[in-house]
Design a protein around this ligand. Structure first.
Ligand SMILES: [Zn+2]
Length: 466
């Protein structure tokens, strides 16, 4: 399953992960804060003009850093060498240091009454860090060490089966997807979780430290920081989430019930009971978060739509460039302007034979204006045809907000960019395939059930996990 990251989101994540690698928490800040509180009586609390001056300055500096960072990251991802990795890490540290500095400073203005635009910008600056470190330098270092240790434990984690064969996480994931042996599946599921035991105390400490970091930025805890980015009060966001989930839950429960019944037919009562929760190791995924890998076990009879997009692409002579051209046509048919020449000159579509690149599909916006690109090692398959539509969804969205001030050049919230891409990808229906000449006849509507079930196994099953 290819999940792409929007550039800005990825930078936000990098900031969180690399936080503390730079010695950026100035103990002076704490002194300033106290001084400000004491001085408030003589009316020197930060005022509106100071807040706006700070926002404008921070926005200009982040805009400048963003272009430098985009270029360094693009070059690194397209030419992976020790040198490009060092340059990418260096600019990453600069972005991280600036984000920490601006978040800490933004917290000082949290109670200043501002117009809606500046209030939103201030909130974006203040809540940009996914895992904020406490102001105390020793705790900042401790949080960085814990994050790095957890990454290492996870990345190097493996499980060795009784027969002596050891597997890494990607290998265990393939086994979860492909094996239909319930004993082996259960062992792999339990085995992978052995790596989590030494992580537990580290996670507990990470939560304590990040909660303290969020408090230093003026939030009650880290959860409140995360929930304060949705144009509503943090508690209203929690309620809204519950309300929306309530709407989808009956569909999830039907899917769960149906899949449980089909798995029971496959494995029998002792392995897959007809009541209660479905044993997680039977769902084709290490986290049971997407169930598409067991489609063959649960698909109804006669659900085959009678065509295979991968075969159709080959039959009609589609190469990587033509696949992207076709996806561009989807957007121009909606009235969007065609992609700029630079997109075609600068994007990466085909895995180079002579160098290492990051193949994971991604959409880029290099100059925050028109220099949009995609980078992916396209396979001429149905899945990648859909992923290209998804990636171009990011690019057309990025271009649609290019007139906004820099801090607003991102999706409305951190889920929205992916939602745009995925909504577009859902439009690759049989009638769309006929419109673009890939398919001769749209199959009878009774064949939709297989296509819809496939979508539900990945997308509806994911919701409670997400
Ligand atoms: Zn995406």
């Amino acid at each position: 399953m290819v999940i792409s990251l929007n550039r800005r989101s990825k930078i936000a994540l990098t900031v969180a992960l690399s936080l503390g690698l730079t010695a950026c928490n100035d103990p002076q800040s704490k002194t300033d804060k106290t001084a400000t509180a004491e001085a408030a009586v003589i009316n020197t609390a930060p005022d509106k003009a100071q807040a706006i001056a700070f926002i404008n300055d921070a926005e200009a500096k982040m805009a400048e850093l963003s272009i430098e960072s985009n270029r360094a990251e693009w070059i690194y991802s397209n030419f992976i060498t020790d040198d490009t990795a060092a340059l990418s890490a260096a600019v990453g540290e600069k972005v991280s240091a600036a984000s920490v500095k601006f978040a800490t400073e933004a917290a000082k203005y949290a109670n200043v009454e501002l117009d809606p635009i500046n209030a939103r910008k201030l909130n974006i600056l203040r809540s940009a860090l996914v895992l904020p470190a406490p102001l105390d330098p020793a705790k900042n270092t401790e949080l960085a060490q814990i994050s790095s240790e957890l990454n290492g434990l996870y990345g190097k984690g493996k499980y060795c089966f009784a027969d002596g064969k050891c597997m890494t996480q990607p290998e265990l994931s393939s086994l979860m997807a492909e094996s239909r042996d319930p004993v082996k599946l259960l062992e792999a599921w339990k085995g992978w979780r052995e790596i989590a035991k030494p992580m537990r105390p580290l996670f507990q400490r990470e939560v304590e430290l990040a909660n303290e970091g969020a408090k230093d930025l003026g939030y009650a805890n880290l959860s409140e920081l995360w929930r304060s980015q949705y144009d509503m009060k943090p508690d209203d966001f929690s309620q809204e989430l519950d309300r929306l989930w309530g709407q989808v839950k009956p569909l999830y429960e039907s899917l769960h019930c149906y899949v449980r019944g089909e798995l029971n037919k496959e494995y029998g009562d002792s392995v897959a009971p007809t009541t209660g929760p479905i044993p997680a190791h039977l769902l084709g995924n290490m986290w049971a978060q997407q169930w598409g890998n067991v489609y063959d076990l649960v698909a109804p009879d006669n659900a085959d739509p009678g065509y295979d997009v991968t075969e159709l692409l080959a039959k009609k002579g589609y190469d990587e460039h033509k696949m992207v051209k076709q996806a561009e046509g989807f957007f121009t048919s909606l009235g969007f302007a065609p992609l700029p020449e630079s997109f075609w000159a600068r994007s990466l579509f085909v895995q180079p034979k002579d160098r290492d690149v990051v193949c994971h599909a991604s959409a880029w916006d290099l100059d925050n204006l028109d220099d949009i690109r995609i980078k992916m090692c396209i396979q001429k398959t149905a899945e990648d045809f859909s992923v290209i539509h998804h990636e171009l969804g990011h690019n057309f969205y990025q271009r649609a907000y290019k007139q906004q001030p820099f801090l607003f050049k991102n999706s409305a919230n951190d889920g929205f960019h992916e939602a745009i891409g995925d909504t577009i990808a859902l439009s690759i229906t049989p009638s769309y395939l006929k419109q673009i000449g890939l398919l001769e006849e749209v199959p009878d509507a009774s064949k939709d059930i297989g296509l819809l079930l496939k979508q539900a196994l990945d997308k509806i099953a994911f919701l409670p996990f997400g």
